[in-house]
Design a protein around this ligand. Structure first.
Ligand code: CP
Ligand code: NVA
Length: 300
């Protein structure tokens, strides 16, 4: 593994190794056992979009690993004034040991990896969010004791989260059911791949998707960069919500997950959110541990 650009690039074996290392790093962190695997190393973090979890967990994670992290805003970098990503990649490769980037276009992340000479980590694009899904798989394994054979249900927009969740779950042998409006389905190539490689369903029927699920997941109806579509999307996604009725269709011990930030009474009711806050905030915490595992795998 040279980069983390998208989950399609990883095997079940590689994901399992990341999750195992993440569990170990979590144990060491909780027990005050130092783990300075990246002493003297520096990660640059380029953010073209807002972030709470990704920014803070990567930055804190690098310090906990004995290294340091630089927050690079496009307002301050020459990228903001049009310097090509290809040149930025070649320059930053001379100073840093790794780059994490959150941006719009997946091609920008791929170009950074192609032109640079250091590991690149995708911290979210319009296409996918691999770091979040590694933390999600870690959390599911913690709560359910296994991954293979579980049923996973995603309700809402077929966006970057849905794309990465489909890929991550199918690689790990989890059955996937997505409920979304016809006009907002996940990436067609990813869906075709999922049908060939696992048990996959995409439907407009929320109850059918939720039936007997072990884990229910949702995300915002309007992602970053889609703010002007908010009203149209609110109308399209009405009913695509995790609520008591949907919970009743899932297994009695189903867990509820959300990448956050959450919009209560839109994609999830406040009641269900609070009833499952433990899972949701463990999931947020696991961003730290899963990403530290990725950093060690790529940069040590
Ligand atoms: N889930 C997630 O990536 O959160 P941030 O946008 O706060 O980083
Ligand atoms: N789909 C959301 C995920 C945020 C973590 C977005 O792209 O804004």
């Amino acid at each position: 593994m040279k980069h983390l650009l998208k989950l399609q690039d990883l095997s079940r074996q590689e994901i399992t190794e990341i999750l195992d290392l993440a569990d170990q790093l979590k144990y060491e962190k909780k027990n005050g056992i130092p783990h300075p695997h990246l002493a003297g190393k520096t990660l640059g973090m380029i953010f073209q979009k807002s972030s709470t979890r990704t920014r803070v967990s990567f930055e804190a994670g690098m310090y906990q690993l004995g290294g340091s992290a630089l927050f690079l805003s496009p307002r301050d970098l020459q990228i903001g004034r049009g310097e090509p990503i290809q040149d930025t990649a070649r320059v930053l490769s001379r100073y840093l040991d790794g780059i994490m980037i959150r941006t719009f276009d997946q091609a920008e992340v791929e170009a950074l990896a192609e032109y640079g000479t250091i590991p690149v980590i995708n911290g979210l694009t319009d296409y996918c969010h691999p770091c979040q899904v590694l933390a999600d798989l870690m959390t599911m394994r913690e709560y359910k004791g296994k991954l293979e054979g579980l049923k996973f249900c995603f309700i809402g927009d077929g966006n970057n989260m849905a794309n990465s969740l489909i890929v991550g779950c199918i690689i790990m042998g989890i059955k996937v059911a997505i409920a979304c409006p016809k006009e907002y389905q996940p990436d067609p190539e990813i869906m075709a791949w999922a049908k060939e490689n696992g048990d996959f369903l995409c439907t407009e029927d929320v109850m059918k998707a939720a039936r007997d699920a072990d884990a229910l997941y949702t995300d915002v109806w309007a992602s970053m960069g889609q703010e002007e579509e908010k009203a149209v999307r609110e109308a399209a996604f009405r009913g695509y919500q995790i609520n008591d009725a949907v919970m009743a269709a899932a297994k009695p011990d189903a867990m509820v997950m959300h990448c956050l930030p959450a919009h209560r009474e839109e994609e999830i009711t406040a009641k269900v959110f609070e009833a499952h806050a433990n899972e949701i905030f463990d999931e947020a915490e696991n961003r730290l541990h899963a990403q530290k595992a990725v950093l060690v795998k790529l940069m040590k």
